[in-house]
Design a binder for this molecule. Structure first.
Ligand SMILES: *[C@@H]1O[C@H](CO)[C@@H](O)[C@H](O)[C@H]1NC(C)=O
Ligand SMILES: *[C@@H]1O[C@H](CO)[C@@H](O)[C@H](O)[C@H]1NC(C)=O
Ligand SMILES: *[C@@H]1O[C@H](CO)[C@@H](O)[C@H](O)[C@H]1NC(C)=O
Ligand SMILES: *[C@@H]1O[C@H](CO)[C@@H](O)[C@H](O)[C@H]1NC(C)=O
Ligand SMILES: *[C@@H]1O[C@H](CO)[C@@H](O)[C@H](O)[C@H]1NC(C)=O
Ligand SMILES: *[C@@H]1O[C@H](CO)[C@@H](O)[C@H](O)[C@H]1NC(C)=O
Ligand SMILES: *[C@@H]1O[C@H](CO)[C@@H](O)[C@H](O)[C@H]1NC(C)=O
Length: 330
């Protein structure tokens, strides 16, 4: 009698709960399976405690489902105590549009090839981790990317030229790594959008490719590398550059005849080997920031615009710059 009683009871139980649950559960079973595999690969960290297989994965922390398709479209893991590598099972979330691993200093290994399967990605941010190895060329297959941030890692090797095959990129952050080699020509050959480029705090060498003068960039931050030569082709009155930071490089060129575009709001060239005079044109701009300290400039600081409102530290340690805010010229 007992077994029968139990099975009748459990039938009643099932008939009441299971249909209700399955009607409510939005999570796609393939996504749930992939997420549980990811949780396991990361050794069941505390931050993924809400990932309980008996609950709807669309309610779990760190991830988000698309309200129409109920597929996982966002994965945003940050500031967690995670040790290990990016799990290969990430490739089994094919609808991901946003993938973030950020501020995870114990996340190690290379950027896995699994990521190349995520062709719907629009935002990929692997930042403030301990990832090492090269910037993989397969990233250029993610044609929908608008934002690629690999900053603050231990990535090494050179910048893959194919990165410019990303037609929708708005911003490329490769700063604060250990990248070497020269800047590829292709960074001046983006064909549709022209992304903001952040390459600072690396070990990039050589001169800046002329091709970069052919595009209308808005932001170029190439500071703290070992770049040489002339960058005057990045200026000119028909450009649209707003923020340009080449501080702490080894640039060597004459600034005297450079024409600055009206769009320029911030110019940092400190710690280079730039010579000549500060052009009069600087006084026509609506500059919010200027720093030309620690170069080989000479002559009077042009009078007008914002130029006298900057601190003397913006101009110090040149060959013979003079005039306000520095001491008067003799
Ligand atoms: C990283 O791992 C070390 C060693 O297991 C541990 O002591 C440290 O707390 C971890 N840090 C973070 C932020 O997870
Ligand atoms: C991270 O986890 C490790 C072991 O899992 C633990 O020893 C360490 O104290 C944790 N660190 C932080 C910052 O929570
Ligand atoms: C990052 O990796 C380096 C070696 O590659 C290691 O020395 C360092 O302790 C790691 N940092 C953390 C926070 O795990
Ligand atoms: C970009 O995303 C759309 C849908 O958002 C998708 O149809 C398309 O295949 C993706 N592009 C590539 C190159 O995968
Ligand atoms: C700026 O003008 C010069 C000469 O007029 C031209 O060669 C160059 O392509 C133009 N640059 C941009 C970014 O429009
Ligand atoms: C750059 O922008 C200027 C001003 O908007 C425009 O005249 C020029 O054609 C643009 N050049 C390129 C290469 O897009
Ligand atoms: C300009 O750069 C120098 C060198 O890095 C720095 O000491 C100074 O504070 C900077 N000035 C301003 C106004 O930022």
């Amino acid at each position: 009698m007992m077994p029968l009683k139990i099975s009748i009871l459990s039938l009643i139980f099932l008939s009441q709960t299971i249909p209700a649950l399955s009607a409510k559960e939005r999570c796609n079973p393939n996504d749930k399976k992939a997420l549980l595999q990811i949780k396991k690969s990361l050794n069941n960290p505390y931050q993924l405690a809400s990932w309980d297989p008996s609950t709807d994965c669309c309610d779990w922390y760190v991830v988000q489902c698309d309200p129409n398709t109920n597929r996982i479209v966002q994965f945003n893991l940050f500031s967690a105590n995670i040790s290990g590598q990016i799990p290969a099972a990430i490739a089994d979330l094919p609808f991901l549009e946003t993938l973030v691993f950020r501020k995870l200093t114990n996340l190690t290994g290379q950027i896995p090839e699994a990521i190349s399967k995520l062709t719907n990605l629009k935002l990929l941010r692997l930042s403030y981790t301990n990832l090492s190895g090269p910037i993989p060329t397969f990233l250029s297959q993610l044609k929908n990317l608008t934002f690629l941030d690999l900053s603050f890692n231990d990535l090494s090797g050179s910048i893959p030229p194919s990165i410019s095959n990303l037609p929708n990129l708005d911003a490329l952050h490769l700063d604060r790594n250990k990248l070497t080699g020269s800047i590829p020509d292709s960074l001046g050959k983006f064909t549709e959008k022209v992304p903001d480029l952040y390459l600072s705090h690396n070990h990039l060498t050589g001169s800046v490719p002329r091709s970069l003068g052919d595009l209308n960039f808005t932001v170029l931050d190439f500071s703290r590398n070992q770049l040489e030569g002339d960058i005057s082709f990045l200026f000119g009155t028909n450009k649209t550059i707003q923020i340009l930071d080449f501080s702490r490089n080894m640039l060597e060129f004459d600034l005297t005849k450079v024409e600055f575009p009206e769009s320029l709001t911030s110019l940092d060239l400190n710690h280079n080997r730039i010579m000549g005079n500060l052009p009069e044109g600087l006084s026509q701009l609506n500059l919010q920031y200027l720093n030309v300290s620690y170069n080989r400039l000479c002559g009077q600081i042009p009078v007008g615009g914002q130029l006298q409102s900057f601190d003397a530290s913006s101009y110090v340690h040149n060959k013979c710059l003079c005039g306000a805010p520095l001491p008067p010229c003799n």
